[in-house]
Structures are given as structure tokens and as C-alpha cells.
Design a protein around this ligand. Structure first.
Ligand code: FES
Ligand SMILES: [Fe+2]
Length: 340
């Protein structure tokens, strides 16, 4: 399989109304549109006639009309020319669907499985899209190690002075990379501490699995009282997808869910969803801001001095190349090893 063969989140469903939207996915330019009947279409963003951007066209009924000479196209790419009705014209299509409040797309004809969410018993907090000015590998790196959390983050992460106490566990299968980190949490403000149900003594526990069809990580954030093992009242589960737009730009899409032991329906999460969304958006904005400072966009790890927190970087790259991009073993170089 190639990168574009996997299902990728494209944009929130509500972002696609009457006007077509131009999107880049794995280097390809695609025009998304919604017909008056509500169906989502995805066509290569260049009219088969004379290459006008179809995203500049308009929807009439169930067809997208090109802005240049008025040829029209269905979601299946079937084209008609008003001036030459007998001519057969076909636009390149992509598979599109709507799930979890987002529009998703992949190459037409691909047989990749949809990355279903395991959210039984969790309350939806919201979703958000971000744009990272970095290649896929370097964007994923930032979301797969926690050594940056004392420096970069406000809520999720570890106490800088006690970083040596943070335990890191990394294991993997052929298709996944799994990590658990546990250690003294960074200080969280009094209102949020009360809401999460933690005291200053609590340790932060982060457990996540990265999968590669498409590239995404599933995080469970929680806090644990080290003496009793008691867990925080509120836990987060976040699905973060990493979608290459171009070689140097990666779309980050986060779907956030929460579980709470507080009394009441949904554990009282509903009234606080705006606050949780705000915190998560701020934390991810901090990740994206720090990525702007990278001196090189070279996606490999050559020349990096990797720490005990960075073992996943090497494992992720091998799976990105093999599982996500479908590159043959022979075309790949051996990768270096991270420090113990
Ligand atoms: S370029 Fe689209 S109709 Fe001519
Ligand atoms: Fe981060």
C-alpha cells in the first residue's frame, strides 16, 4: 500500500457546506464538495478539460460545475460538457466518507481498513485540526516522546526537576509501537486539579499506541496516586492523526474523549468540554510552535543523539516506511539504535 491508500481525516464535516474546498493529501490536490443531497464528492483538483481547479467551481444539484467552461461532474467523476453533450469525460475520484464528525478520504480502489475508534463508555469532548510546518516523521516524533513536556507544556507532562524518576517503557509489534511513561506530574493549576481529582502528589501516566494505517497515535492520559495506586477522577483518550499534506507540512487531527468518576450524567464532563478543548488546543499549539524552530526538516535520525525517551523514533520510521508507504525492505537503510 502507498500512503494515500489509507483512510485519512480531511476536515470537520461542518467545514464542507455549499462551497467546494481544496485540500492537499499526500502531495495530491483534491477538490472536496458536498452535493445538495448531502453526498460528499472528492475529485482531483484539475478539470480534465483544461485543468481549471475544480475547487473554484460551484455545486448545482448533485454535480460540481467547473468555473471555466461549465463542464459538470458527479461524485463518481462522470463528466458532461454543455457544448459537446456526446463527449465522455472522466475526472479522477477519491473515496470519501463521513465518520466521527469528520470527512475522510483515500485512493479509490484501495482496500485499507477504516481506523475505527474504541470509545465505548467515553464521552466525546471534540475534535480539532492543526497544521504542522514539518514532515510527517518529525511531527510524529514530537507526539511520541514526553521529554519535551516539562519545557513545552502546561498541563500534560512531567515535573522538570524530577525527570530522571520518569519511567519509560517501549515495546512494539510488526504493526504498532506502544509506550507507557509514568512519573511525577508537572504542577497543574488549582481549578484543573480539582476538576481532574488530583493532588500535588499524583504521578502522570501516559500510555499510547501508534499505528500506521494511517499514521495515528491513541493516547490515554491519567494521573495516579503513587502510594495507593488510586487514579484521577478524569481521564482523557485522544486519537491523533498525522496526515502529510506535502513533504514539509503535516495536518494533525485530534479527536478527544473523556471519562469521569464524578457523579451525574457523563460524569459532569459535558459542561466542562469547552475547558478541556481549550486546554488540549493550547497544548497542541505549543507542540506546533516548537516544531517551527527545527534547524532541519531532514526526516531521518542520522546525526541525532537519541535519549532513552526516543526509542520510538526509530521504530516509528521503520513502520512508516514499511506499513504506511509500502516501501520494500531492499530500498531501506538500517536504522540506528536509541540509548538505554
Ligand atoms: S477547464 Fe473545466 S470546463 Fe474547461
Ligand atoms: Fe507535546
Amino acid at each position: 500500500m502507498a500512503d494515500i491508500d489509507h483512510w485519512h481525516p480531511i476536515m470537520p464535516s461542518k467545514a464542507l457546506r455549499h462551497k467546494p474546498v481544496a485540500v492537499r493529501l499526500c502531495g495530491e490536490e483534491i477538490a472536496f464538495f458536498r452535493t445538495n443531497g448531502g453526498q460528499v464528492g472528492a475529485l482531483a483538483d484539475a478539470c480534465p478539460h483544461r485543468r481549471m481547479r475544480l475547487s473554484l467551481g460551484r455545486v448545482v444539484g448533485e454535480r460540481l460545475t467547473c468555473a471555466y467552461h461549465g463542464w459538470t461532474f458527479t461524485c463518481d467523476g462522470q463528466g458532461e460538457s454543455p457544448g459537446t453533450p456526446k463527449m465522455h469525460a472522466c475526472a479522477k475520484t477519491y473515496d470519501a466518507c463521513e465518520k466521527y464528525g469528520h470527512i475522510w478520504a483515500r485512493r479509490t480502489g484501495s482496500e485499507s481498513a477504516f481506523p475505527e475508534f474504541d470509545i465505548e463508555g467515553w464521552t466525546r469532548v471534540g475534535s480539532a485540526d492543526f497544521s504542522a510546518e514539518a514532515p510527517l516523521e518529525l511531527t510524529l516524533d514530537n507526539f511520541c516522546e514526553i521529554e519535551h513536556t516539562p519545557e513545552v507544556h502546561m498541563v500534560f507532562g512531567y515535573d522538570k526537576a524530577r525527570m530522571p524518576e520518569v519511567e519509560v517503557h517501549t515495546d512494539s509489534t510488526n504493526e504498532t509501537v506502544h509506550m507507557i511513561t509514568l512519573g511525577p506530574a508537572k504542577a497543574v493549576g488549582p481549578v484543573l486539579s480539582w476538576m481532574i481529582g488530583i493532588s500535588r502528589k499524583y504521578h502522570f501516566r501516559d500510555e499510547w499506541t501508534t499505528k500506521f494505517s494511517p499514521v495515528h497515535s491513541v493516547y490515554d492520559h491519567s494521573w495516579v496516586e503513587p502510594d495507593t495506586g488510586r487514579e484521577s477522577k478524569v481521564k482523557w483518550r485522544v486519537y491523533v492523526f498525522f496526515t502529510p499534506e506535502t513533504e514539509g507540512k503535516t495536518r494533525v487531527t485530534a479527536f478527544t474523549y473523556a471519562k469521569s468518576k464524578w457523579p451525574g450524567p457523563t460524569g459532569g464532563i459535558r459542561p466542562f468540554r469547552w475547558l478541556m478543548r481549550k486546554h488540549l488546543r493550547r497544548e497542541i499549539d505549543m507542540d506546533l510552535a516548537i516544531l517551527k524552530g527545527l534547524a532541519s526538516h531532514e526526516p531521518g535520525v542520522d546525526g541525532m543523539k537519541l535519549s532513552r525517551f526516543d526509542k520510538c523514533l526509530v521504530l516509528n520510521r521503520e513502520r512508516i516506511n514499511r506499513v504506511y508507504r509500502g516501501q520494500a525492505e531492499s530500498s531501506r537503510r538500517p536504522l540506528p539504535v536509541a540509548a538505554e
